[in-house]
Design a binder for this molecule. Structure first.
Ligand SMILES: Cc1cc2nc3c(=O)[nH]c(=O)nc-3n(C[C@H](O)[C@H](O)[C@H](O)COP(=O)(O)OP(=O)(O)OC[C@H]3O[C@@H](n4cnc5c(N)ncnc54)[C@H](O)[C@@H]3O)c2cc1C
Length: 360
């Protein structure tokens, strides 16, 4: 549906915030162009492909979900979106078996997990729009004619009526600085927690005692690990006989203390912590670590009491999880607020697609 006052909008970032914003604006009839520095969608809804040569000299691959584990819904409006995504087959529900002594899951025993991989939710939300991948925006430029975005000193040809930033706050700050120094300052100090993640493929022990405990997730109450997860127990993920697929997230405090350590050192520590948690050595086929410098906002301490930032006179906006402070739902809610604010400027709130229509 095109409206008579259709706007050209640039959305920077193809994570859940950017994809949600792009979807809402496209559905309302605006021309949206998404730019992301990565090669595909999802942002921190991330799945990584691992490749290695196995013990028989064969090339092996697998895919592991090394960012967000899944999400829950607190608000009615996000619950509606999640239900519709479930019915559309974009996500599945997962009720992982918890290890004895594990902390419970936050927000309830069931998680929504995009299938077949984590980026799928954003892929689906973006399926109707223009996207440019591998485009790290390093400048946004306002002239009397409109906005342009640039990378490596080269401007993209399109002139936009509005630019919406849906990137982590530290990455938004330098782009905002020439236009809204107040936002740039707040974004640069918005508290985000890091996370070191170990992921890999190991042998399943051949002779487990018959009474051995079987679980999908452990959230140890103490020690360096916050999450230990069997990736191959997740809905829609491959199970390979004889293999165990592990994803292990270190606690935020541990990750912060060791943020600048070498990946080799971190890998050693997290491997040892996993062996401790399992009470046996782990026979790895392949494993790597990943450092999330900005994994999650510090809970309840978002950048602002507002759900997003929007300057109608400039045509500049910002959304993302750091406005709410707790992950996927807050990123989604923030993006919805920003899309609504832009549509109010464009004078077509009637065209605003409600959550139940976002998945359609
Ligand atoms: C290890 C880990 C565990 C988590 N666990 C949970 C959980 O259990 N539950 C939960 O709800 N949330 C969890 N989260 C948080 C959740 O993933 C995020 O809150 C949410 O995905 C943020 O979405 P976003 O769109 O705001 O940002 P992002 O997903 O970070 O998306 C930003 C996008 O912008 C792109 N980008 C950045 N800078 C530029 C630039 N200059 N130019 C172009 N593109 C750029 C990035 O490539 C990225 O695709 C977890 C995150 C991590 C890392």
């Amino acid at each position: 549906m095109k409206t008579s006052n259709a706007q050209q909008v640039a959305v920077i970032g193809a994570g859940i915030a950017g994809a949600t914003c792009a979807r809402a604006l496209t559905q309302a009839g605006h021309a949206v162009h998404v730019f992301d520095k990565s090669r595909g969608p999802g942002g921190r809804l991330a799945t990584r492909r691992l490749e290695w040569v196995d013990r028989q000299g064969q090339a092996s691959t697998t895919r592991l979900d090394h960012g967000a584990v899944g999400f829950t819904a607190r608000s009615e409006v996000f619950q509606t979106f999640a239900d519709n995504a479930l019915h559309a087959g974009w996500v599945a529900l997962w009720s992982p078996v918890l290890a004895s002594g594990s902390l419970p899951l936050d927000g309830g025993p069931r998680l929504h997990v995009p299938v077949p991989d984590m980026p799928e939710l954003c892929r689906r939300l973006l399926d109707r729009g223009a996207v440019t991948w591998s485009y790290a925006v390093d400048g946004v430029h306002k002239s009397p004619l409109g906005w342009q975005v640039s990378t490596a000193g080269k401007r993209h040809g399109t002139l936009f009526d509005a630019v919406l930033l849906a990137v982590p706050p530290a990455q938004a700050a330098p782009l905002l600085s020439p236009y809204r120094r107040d936002w740039a300052r707040r974004a640069s100090v918005a508290p985000m927690q890091p996370c070191w993640t170990l992921m890999g493929v190991a042998s399943e022990p051949e002779h487990e005692p018959v009474d051995a405990e079987r679980w999908d997730v452990s959230r140890p109450p103490t020690g360096p690990l916050a999450w230990v997860m069997r990736n191959d127990a997740r809905p829609g993920r491959a199970r390979v006989p004889g293999q165990a697929h592990w994803v292990v997230h270190a606690r935020a405090g541990w990750s912060r203390r060791h943020l600048e350590q070498t990946p080799e050192w971190v890998q050693q520590q997290l491997q040892a912590a996993l062996a401790d948690c399992l009470g046996r050595p782990v026979d790895w086929h392949h494993r790597v670590v990943h450092r999330w410098r900005y994994a999650l906002p510090l809970a309840q301490r978002g950048a602002s009491a507002e759900p997003c930032w929007w300057d109608a006179s400039l045509g500049l906006g910002v959304c993302g999880d750091f406005f709410g402070g707790s992950g996927v739902e807050d990123a989604w809610l923030s993006a919805q607020s920003l899309a609504r604010a832009l549509l109010q400027r464009a004078g077509d709130t009637a065209a605003y697609p409600e959550a139940r229509r976002i998945v359609a």
